[in-house]
Design a binder for this molecule. Structure first.
Ligand SMILES: Cc1cc2nc3c(=O)[nH]c(=O)nc-3n(C[C@H](O)[C@H](O)[C@H](O)COP(=O)(O)OP(=O)(O)OC[C@H]3O[C@@H](n4cnc5c(N)ncnc54)[C@H](O)[C@@H]3O)c2cc1C
Length: 305
């Protein structure tokens, strides 16, 4: 990260909320479900699928899970009623995983039951390494009774190759991503090329063992290598999809859909947009430019979609 960006990252908490909101409009569909459905519709019209994420994670009181469950149930009903092409992505810490895993399991079961009624796929996001094992266990338990549920493996984690074998054993549906949390060298690869190598090994191993793979990256190198792998394996396009975040790498996204690859966009929405936006900004290499534009430039409409 260049010195200017480093400085901006350090001073982000001081950036006025309206400025963050203006920049966030690129990465977040809005506060309401209707905003999210409108974004999904626009993405569908562009030839992309979507996954809806109700923003919020790492809750501190168990009572906080109820609104999240209700919102996911509303989202599932709305996806079905509006006939849009979207599934949902859930963070288990928003359902109380770090506070009470039994409570989390019950809350997840309520959402999965609604998804089952609508025939909709549910992706369980992967969070920091303190919850990797429990998240994987909950996924495997859930997968035993509902097939349309998937998990995420993070290429930076050293354990992911072994986890991939556990998931492949049940023919799981896996999103592969680099991983977004700060993890120590004992648990995670730190070097860019090591992470890329791990990423491609996961993609190849999972595809070769018959798993459906969500190739979640904006890294042009990984996209190229993945295109080569699916071509080499002569895979049908129904066996994998590319995945990207709302507002990121739209040129690459359009290229992939134009080539006929399936592509899903992660569409976060909800009142907890601030924390999510700050995280997106911190990982964006051109962050300073975005903040300066947000402070001094015209309102950015780039987020649609
Ligand atoms: C659909 C999806 C779901 C994800 N789910 C999870 C999850 O469950 N758990 C988890 O730990 N991580 C998740 N991630 C995040 C992921 O782990 C990475 O942190 C993130 O995608 C950046 O890695 P990259 O592969 O895009 O490569 P990078 O090398 O980080 O990025 C490649 C290029 O993409 C562009 N880019 C990347 N991020 C941004 C940004 N925020 N704004 C603007 N441009 C950007 C930049 O041009 C950058 O040079 C998910 C990512 C995606 C796309």
């Amino acid at each position: 990260m260049n010195p200017l960006n480093r400085l901006v990252v350090r001073t982000l908490p001081l950036v006025p909320k309206p400025v963050v909101r203006s920049i966030a409009s690129r990465y977040v569909a809005g506060e309401r479900l209707s905003d999210a459905i409108a974004t999904v519709r626009a993405l569908n019209a562009e030839g992309c699928m979507a996954t809806l994420d109700v923003l919020g994670e790492d809750i501190v009181r168990l009572e906080e899970t109820e609104p999240t469950v209700l919102e996911y149930q509303r989202a599932l009903a709305e996806i079905a009623a509006r006939g849009v092409d979207s599934n949902i992505s859930i963070k288990l810490t928003a359902l109380g995983l770090k506070l009470d895993p039994a409570h989390c399991r019950r809350e997840l079961a309520r959402i999965v039951e609604t998804a089952r009624r609508h025939g909709t796929f549910v992706r369980i996001d992967m969070e920091d390494s303190s919850v990797t094992e429990e998240t994987l266990r909950i996924y495997l338990e859930c997968r035993a009774s509902y097939e349309r549920v998937g998990i995420v493996l993070q290429a930076y984690l050293r354990r992911s190759a072994a986890d991939a074998r556990r998931v492949a054993a049940v023919g799981g549906n896996v999103r592969v991503c680099k991983g977004i949390y700060v993890e120590p060298p004992s648990l995670a690869f730190q070097e860019r090329e090591e992470i890329r190598d791990s990423y491609m090994r996961l993609v190849e191993d999972l595809l070769s063992s018959g798993c459906y793979v969500g190739i979640a990256t904006h890294d042009p190198v990984l996209v190229e290598r993945s295109r080569a792998v699916v071509a080499g394996l002569a895979l049908d396009r129904s066996r994998y999809e590319f995945q990207m975040l709302l507002g990121v790498a739209r040129t690459l996204r359009r290229r992939l859909t134009a080539e006929g690859h399936r592509l899903r966009v992660y569409v976060p929405y909800g009142e907890a947009w601030y924390a999510y936006s700050i995280r997106r900004l911190k990982e964006n290499p051109s962050i300073a430019g975005h903040v300066v534009k947000g402070l001094f430039g015209p309102r950015e409409e780039a987020g649609r979609p």
